[in-house]
Design a protein around this ligand. Sequence first.
Ligand SMILES: Cc1ncc(C[n+]2csc(CCOP(=O)(O)OP(=O)(O)O)c2C)c(N)n1
Ligand code: SF4
Ligand SMILES: [Mg+2]
Length: 301
Amino acid sequence: MASKKNKNRSSKEDYNLKPGDFNTERRPTWCLGCGNYGIWNSLKKTFVELGLMPHEILIVYGIGCSGNGANFIKTYAFHALHGRALPVATGAKLANHKLNVIIMGGDGDGVGIGGNHFIHTCRRNINMTYLMHNNKVYGLTTGQTSPTSDRGFKTKSTPGGVLEKPVDPVLLALVSGATYVARGFAGTTGHLMEIIKKAIKHEGFSFIDILQPCVTFNKQNTYDFYREKIYNVDELKDYNRSNLSEAINMELKEEGKIPVGIIYQVKEPTYEDGLKQIERKPLVDHIITDVDINKLLNNYY
Ligand SMILES: Cc1ncc(C[n+]2csc(CCOP(=O)(O)OP(=O)(O)O)c2C)c(N)n1
Ligand code: SF4
Ligand SMILES: [Mg+2]
């Protein structure tokens, strides 16, 4: 992992990590041109720029093509059940709040089967970062409609076209109480890296909806489709991203246009701030061998 030049490494600067040091021995199996490559590269570069080491990071993955990243990124990893990455990440973060906890999963995972967890994680404001790989389709199961699929989108599960309105994960995060809400595009990795970096540094729950082209099963939401429609809110001078109604209006503003960048960010107390048990040190560092819980249990018998 580390450079061979650094024989006597005493601090983490001495390791001088490069993005490739976050590769595992397995090469990604994603289809050629899949947006997941852009996210994968941006994330590894972000870790390097933030000076993070693999053992300081836990990534909890949902089930999906995105979740297969568990095999390709060298950090602590947990491949959760479909739709259950957020509760697993919550438990891990509360057990060891010194870890940088990141969640990666698809749109089906996050706002389909796991939609309930998404809402409650947003309102809890736990200090973790959720990257939703939003390809508007179920990729791993070979191309069924997802809750973020556009109206009219034809798939093998909706051959006549989708009838419902799509869920907008950014709007849902905003109204559910997330304190950092952004959107990125897997086709502009430099900008994506900047917003991931800020998301990880944000104290509280940060969410990024990542527009991730699925070149195999979604021929509608392509790289060119997004390049034509996105505009960067980070370049707007008079935009007040700490105002919730401005953020909601920004998201709803121009039909057919898609804002990317940091749409909302505020500082609020985190869930961990309210927990006395972890005030001094993480739960995992508490010595519990001499704790007698009989007294407590006896109160209930
Ligand atoms: C409880 C459960 N239900 C259904 C499945 C089958 N399944 C696996 S991945 C998936 C959808 C994946 O779509 P998405 O979350 O958008 O991820 P993508 O593959 O597009 O990255 C489904 C329905 C499962 N693994 N577990
Ligand atoms: S099916 Fe789609 S999302 Fe899955 S690896 Fe292929 S291009 Fe990527
Ligand atoms: Mg998907």
